[in-house]
Each structure stands twice: as C-alpha cells, then as structure tokens.
Design a protein around this ligand. Structure first.
Ligand code: BES
Ligand code: MN
Ligand code: ZN
Length: 492
C-alpha cells in the first residue's frame, strides 16, 4: 500500500531557515519580486536567488516550473528550489508547481516557504500526488529509502490553511488507492484480494457487501459469470454504500469493470502487450478510489458503487465464441468474441444496481475498448451519455480537475450493428466505431429514465510516460473529477 504524505502547515519561522536541512522551496512571480521569506533566503545565499531570478534561466520557466539551486551557501539545505508562480490563484499552475516540488522531493524533508501564496491546497495536492511511487515489489534499499519524506508548508496565516491537511489527504488517499489497485499485478490482485481490499473500506464507514458465485447465480448474472468460467479465481460482485446525504434521497450509482486480468479468453489476445491487461480492473479501481475519498471527507451525498470482479482466461471450462448466455435483465447475448468481456460484466452489475437502488444517475467506468485508445489516445477518456445535464456536469468537473474527457456520440444506426442471427444481440459490432458499439451494448441495459454516463478509460487509466501529477503507470484518472461532480451536483 502506498501512503501519501500528509502536508503539515506551520507558521513561518525565518530564523530557523539557515539551519533547515533537506530541501527548501520558494515561489517567485514573473516580475521577479521577492516576498519577505524569499528575501531572507536570498540574503543567506548572498544574493544568489536574485541573480537566478534576473537570469535567462528564470525567464524561460513557465508558470509552475522550477529550478534547483543546489548546495546553497549560507544554508544547511541541500537545495533551494525556485518555482515560478504568480501570487494570484491559477489552479493548473499551482498543481504543476506542487508537482515540481513532489517530483524533486521524494524521500527528503521539504520545507515550502508559502507565505501568503494563494492556492496552497492545490500546491500541496500536486506535491502529494506527484510524489507517488509504487515500490511494493521492489526489494532494494535504495527504493525503500525513497519513501516520501515530510512536506511542510510555512505560511503567514494559519487560519487560512485550517483543515487543508485533511482535505488534501482525503483526495490523495483516494487517488493512491486507485493507483495501487491498477498497478498491482494480477497474481497479487486476484478477485478475492480485490474484494478484501474493498471490504477494508468498512473501517471508514462505507457499507461493503460481497456477493459470491452462488448469490450471483441466484440473481441471474449469467453474462458476468460467463466471463469468469475459465478462471481459478471466483467471480465476485462488491457493493459499496456511502450514504452521507439525506435519508431517502436516491443515490448516484458508480459502476466499475473489474477484470483483474484480461487474457481475452478463448479469443486469446496476442502476446505483445498482454501484460498490460493487469490494469483491466481500472474502472473498478477508480470507483473504489472515489468511495475512499468520499468517506474520508465525509461527503454529504448518497453514492452507491458496484464492481464486477472477474478474470478472463482461456480454459476447458471457458465460454466459447458462439455461446449464448442470458443476462440478468433477461436478454440473450451471443458471445462472438470472448475478448469483448467488459460489457458482459457491466451489463449485469448495471442492471442490478438500477433494480436494487433506483439511482438518480449512473456512471460506469471501464477500460472497455482498444478503439477508444485509437480514437482519443491517452489524453482523453471517451464520454458517452443519454443525459446532457449530467454529462455536461461531468465534463465541467473533469475540465476543472485537468482530467481529459471528450464526449462521443450514440445513435440507433450504431446500435443496429449488434443484431444477432440467433440471440437478442451479439457482444461485438465489428471493427469500425468499436468504442461506440460497445457503449451501445451498455445502453441496452440502462433504464430509460436513468441519466447515465459511460466512461471508456482504456487510454487514460495507465500511461507509459510521466504525466503532470503522476509518474508512469496508473494515473488515478477520474477520482478527482468524480469527487468534484459529487460535490457539485449530489451534495446538499
Ligand atoms: N480490456 C480490453 C480493452 C483495452 C484495450 C483496455 C487496451 C486497455 C487497453 C477489452 O476487454 C477488449 O479486449 N476489447 C476488445 C473488444 C473487441 C474484441 C471487440 C478490443 O478493444 O480489441
Ligand atoms: Mn477483452
Ligand atoms: Zn477487457
């Protein structure tokens, strides 16, 4: 488990600056004006900060970017990091500045001279999120030693930062939970282990219930069960309730695809890149992170999450191409390709959550198609919806959080491609518009009066390069946006 650093806020003590060990961070705006604490550092360093600020190197820094002045004279610190940042609030720049602090400071105590800088919460969040490092399976001491150090913000007015440490932690804990789940290999994160990690949310006040195979059979979740037939790991559905809102108010439902490994089943995937399919539980992992954040910040909203945990493997017992299975809703599905398994999992859990909770809205998240990666790359998740108000609310929340999201179309013409000769529908619609026909499949399991969003996160859940707020690997995409959507639209 990766634990985020909890930022500590203290009153500025200029006299201890000379003897402070570790890293010291200062903010300087474009015009080069030095605030009081920065002037003190500059004096200790015999004018080196001012000389740097007057240089081309400083002029080249973009908002939120930083440069290290290493082993400064006159100080015990090992580096003074100068971050270019305006005092007025710009969330993107603040998070980027934080990320520069977090990326450079892993493993060392960091003292940030924030003074009365605006957006300290976003700076702290950026630093915390970017300091993430998944080292659970690294043995050597060098990596063990890289565990995050202390992150201290010296501020002018303590009343302005009251509660910020907890607020930042609630977000970071949720994002880290998601990233750990997605980064975890499939021999560790089996369906059983995944369910156990979700059950641990009970100690935060989340009501968690796990349904096992006999119960799923009884409910009629036959399409979900058909995906797990080839696996030694038992299929499970986990339901998490956070009812922090008013009694009787219909909840928002979050639904997650939790394929702990997707080998493709009998329609086996090619070997190249198959190892990435350890992240095919990204939808479920994201939903779990959102629930953790909601619980930690005691959100005044009713939210129910449901995840389908299965493993898609080839085996003598596995579902065959051409098999026909019946969904919980009652529709029959001809399984043309066993690698289009996500929709078979989602359709049953979506149906169940609508029957059991009559939600005010439903948002499913899934690493559903390679086609969305071809269409949108790793910059944007695909957004499909039957409800403009909910959809626009989500798009706004995602934009505010800097999480890429792009709306895609739905339509009857696409839906036609799912016609089956022998069953009510097929599970694939052909190569073209693959992300859209997948969404059309899901929409058949959305009740007409349920506002619904489908998020295809195949391209954004895990990326191979560093991003602003995460090192390469799982990003935690969606936790911040969904948390914000809940705050904006579902909290009284
Ligand atoms: N889990 C995959 C989709 C995926 C691809 C996720 C790349 C993350 C990165 C999904 O189950 C799948 O295999 N989809 C098929 C569907 C096809 C058989 C209709 C695909 O996209 O190729
Ligand atoms: Mn698949
Ligand atoms: Zn899959």
């Amino acid at each position: 488990m990766t634990t985020p650093i909890t930022p500590v806020f203290v009153e500025t003590d200029l006299d201890s600056l000379a003897t402070n060990e570790g890293r010291v961070v200062v903010f300087v705006p474009e015009d080069g004006r030095l605030t009081i604490p920065v002037r003190r550092v500059n004096r200790l360093m015999k004018g080196a900060v001012a000389r740097f600020v007057a240089s081309d190197a400083f002029a080249r820094l973009k908002p939120g970017e930083a440069c290290d002045l290493a082993w400064p004279v006159g100080m015990m610190a090992e580096a003074v990091q100068v971050v270019r940042l305006e005092r007025r609030f710009d969330m993107e720049a603040c998070r980027k500045a934080g990320a520069a602090i977090g990326a450079a400071g892993a493993g060392k105590p960091v003292l940030v001279l924030a003074g009365n800088q605006r957006g300290v919460d976003d700076i702290a969040l950026g630093a915390t999120l970017r300091a993430y490092d998944f080292t659970d399976h690294k043995t050597d001491s060098e990596n063990a030693a890289k565990k995050p150090g202390q992150l201290t913000f010296a501020v002018t007015r303590m009343d302005e930062v009251e509660g910020m440490d907890k607020a930042v932690s609630a977000l970071a804990e949720g994002v880290f939970f998601t990233r750990d789940l997605i980064n975890e290999p499939s021999n560790v994160l089996t369906t059983t282990e995944f369910a156990a990690r979700l059950e641990a949310l009970a100690k935060l006040g989340v009501k968690v219930k796990t349904l096992d195979e006999p119960e799923l059979e009884k409910l009629g979740m036959r399409t979900l069960l058909s995906v797990g037939h080839g696996s030694r790991s038992p299929s499970k559905v986990v339901i998490m309730e956070w009812m922090g809102g008013e009694k009787g108010v219909a909840p928002l439902a979050l639904v997650g695809k939790g394929v702990v490994f997707d080998a493709g089943g009998i329609s086996l995937k090619p070997a190249g890149g198959m190892e990435d399919m350890t992240m095919d539980m990204g939808g479920a992992g994201t939903v779990a992170g959102v629930m953790k954040t909601l619980a930690l910040r005691a959100a005044k909203a009713n939210v129910v999450a449901i995840v389908g945990l299965v493993e898609n493997m080839p085996d003598g017992q596995a579902t065959r191409p051409g098999d026909v299975v019946r969904s919980m809703k009652g529709d029959s599905v001809e399984v043309i390709n066993t690698d289009a398994e996500g929709r078979l999992v989602l359709c049953d859990v979506m149906w169940h959550v609508q029957e059991a909770y009559k939600p005010a809205g439903m948002i499913d998240l899934a690493t559903l198609t390679g086609a969305i990666v071809i269409g949108l790359g790793h910059e944007n998740a695909g957004v499909f919806s039957n409800d403009n108000a909910l959809c626009n609310g989500f798009l706004k929340a995602a934009e505010n959080e800097g999480e890429g999201a792009w709306r895609m179309p739905l339509g009857a013409a696409y839906d036609k491609k799912l016609k089956s000769r022998i069953a009510d529908m097929k599970n694939v619609g052909g190569r073209d518009a693959g992300a859209i026909t997948a969404a059309q499949f899901l929409q058949r399991f959305v009740k007409d009066d349920t506002p619904w969003i489908h998020l295809d996160i195949a391209g954004v859940a895990l990326v191979k390069t560093n991003t602003t707020l995460a090192p390469k690997g799982a990003t935690g995409w969606g936790v911040l946006a969904l948390n914000r959507l809940v705050a904006n639209r579902f909290e009284g």
